[in-house]
Design a protein around this ligand. Sequence first.
Ligand code: PMV
Length: 319
Amino acid sequence: MNTAIAHTNIALIKYWGKQDEQLRLPLMSSLSMTLDAFYTDTSIEFADEDKFYLNGTLQTDASAQRVFTYIHKLQALLNLRPESVVIKSVNHVPTAAGLASSSSAFAALAGAFNRLYKLDLNHKQLSILARIGSGSASRSIFGGFSIWKKGVTSDDSFAYPIDENPTMDLHLLAIELDTKPKSLSSTEGMKLAKTSPFFNHWLEANDSELDAMISAINNNDFTALGELAEYNANEMHAINLSAKPGFTYFVPETLKAIELIHTLRKNGIECYYTIDAGPNVKVLCQLKNVKDIQKYFVSEFNNVKIVSASFGPGISYLD
Ligand code: PMV
């Protein structure tokens, strides 16, 4: 068995725009926090026929197609025998999380592939392979805080860690507000976002926002980190609204959650939000406020599911 385990990450400075679709080269650098509460383990073996099992169920839909397109791409790219494989993935992403699992999924798959072909790749090379499957997966090779620098070619667009064992008091509450599959894939969303008149500003601000986030982390400054993460997420969603045609991943409950976070902040409970390509909200806070924030969300929303997370580790192997 060639089994790899990778954890999901959440971007604090987001990747939202590609320079190359095939290779998933981004137009900007991004910075993320790897989470302990959510991970994927993936095993891969040579077989007579390509098969992909997710959580024990054989997949025959678009997800299986995406996985095998990826495997065939890697085999071609690395001049490997184009053999068939059986892939078994388990997502340990609580259904309550409302979190996309593509970052942990493609990082774990890249790791398992590395083992299958005995490639002995280092973490930088693994990050490149993971990126080709899903951009955000490049960052899940590492634990703690990591940066994916945009690069100009496939060989220099990879993630690296800035602190794999952070001591910062930083917690994330994943608030599940809506379980419907998202209406627009991140690939489609990123394409449309480029039509916004504010897209150039988004690109121009990337270097300074990245630098400011690195400073916030180095100075152990939760307030600066939270304010900037929230601002960066707002910029991404503003670009979506101002695209031609405009669109949004928000649902009414998303705005209600944002309002609650503003109210909590006014009342002295310091917390910030970040939101990805979907309607669910992730709250950034410190340990002392986790319980209170959970309590307020439970009382304001019917049947809301909340999962608390902190820093998770980089890729590992089951051997
Ligand atoms: O790489 P993808 O397709 O999972 O896109 C990730 C897009 C965001 O989650 C919105 C931002 C990010 O950097 O993770």
